[in-house]
Design a protein around this ligand. Structure first.
Ligand code: C2E
Ligand code: MG
Ligand code: MG
Ligand code: MG
Length: 281
């Protein structure tokens, strides 16, 4: 249950000398109401193939549309949802929205897999597997319509359980991506132990790689390991033509980033995808 104390703990008390850099304070109760009250919306960012720039998939990224019209970015409220027991509800809502969108797109002839981000906290309860399977079936979709991206922002306490749940998700037919690879706790060990199908190289090693020898070295080594392990290698944060050149040279399969497109509301994404036409024209 969400307590008044928990809410108060999030509020900024007195002058905060770090105010300029502090994340937006989010009230837990408002977030809870926002999740159940339909205030979450998804923006969509394409993943395109390096070889021919055709659309290979799309990542759904959550935003919170507050009553006053402000659009709150996920980094400002996902950690709050994780800390206050709201992350399962949030993920369920994101799944519901993303799968409904995927089904509409499929109906309209746009059959690309939609990627959803899972928090490590979602993988503490084995019931998550059944819930995702049911949500996909309820949307009239096959498991290959969904990619599950997992970021490990801190060391998981119950790695054996997480490992088992990921194995069951993989067995159910979902693609599994290790997100932000190379940062946090997304490590080589995880790559070896967990049944991932996709490796997303963090933008820290992508943006500016052409002008930075150490970034380029990590980019190339990560792409090489991913390909050797048979994973689809995605470069995140490709911001310009130089970045594109660096990730192409490193052997990445897919590209995501501002150079291709920013995350967009569904209607805008449809225009973007439609404008490119069925043969990329
Ligand atoms: P992520 O999954 O690694 O998503 C990629 C982030 O990089 C997105 O930020 C995207 O807007 C941003 N990005 C894409 N291309 C570029 C680029 O070329 N340059 C730069 N500088 N940034 C780029 P966003 O949308 O703010 O999301 C931040 C993080 O929040 C995500 O990182 C993900 O970890 C988390 N997140 C987003 N949606 C969800 C969700 O539904 N559930 C959970 N648990 N986490 C989510
Ligand atoms: Mg992601
Ligand atoms: Mg990422
Ligand atoms: Mg991230």
């Amino acid at each position: 249950p969400v307590t008044r104390e928990a809410v108060a703990a999030l509020l900024c008390r007195g002058p905060n000398r770090h105010a300029a850099r502090a994340p937006v304070a989010v009230e837990v109760e408002a977030l809870r109401r926002g999740i159940v009250g339909g205030e979450l919306e998804l923006h969509y960012q394409p993943k395109v193939r390096v070889e021919d720039r055709t659309l290979a998939g799309v990542e759904a990224l959550v935003r919170w549309r507050r009553a006053d019209g402000r659009l709150v970015p996920p980094d400002a409220f996902i950690p709050v949802a994780e800390r206050h027991g709201l992350i399962d509800a949030l993920t369920a809502e994101v799944l519901r929205l993303g799968l409904a969108q995927a089904a509409r797109w499929r109906g309209g002839g746009l059959a690309v897999p939609v990627a959803i981000n899972l928090s490590m906290d979602n993988l503490r309860d084995p019931a998550v597997v059944g819930r995702i399977v049911e949500a996909v079936a309820a949307a009239g979709l096959e498991p290959d319509a969904l990619v599950l991206e997992i970021t490990e922002s801190r060391l998981a306490q119950e790695l054996t359980l997480v490992k088992e749940i990921l194995a069951r998700l993989r067995l159910a037919g979902f693609a599994l991506a290790i997100d932000d690879f190379g940062t946090g706790f997304s490590s080589l060990k995880q790559l070896q132990d967990l049944p991932f199908t996709e490796l997303k190289i963090d933008r820290a090693f992508v943006a500016g790689a052409a002008e930075d020898a150490s970034r380029q070295a990590i980019l190339e080594a990560s792409a090489s390991i991913g390909a050797r392990l048979g994973l689809t290698v995605v470069a995140e944060g490709v911001e310009d033509a130089e970045d594109w050149g660096a990730v192409a040279a490193a052997g990445c399969h897919l590209v995501q980033g501002w150079h291709v497109a920013r995350p967009m509301p569904a209607a805008e994404f449809e225009r973007w995808a439609g404008l490119r036409g069925p043969d990329g024209g």
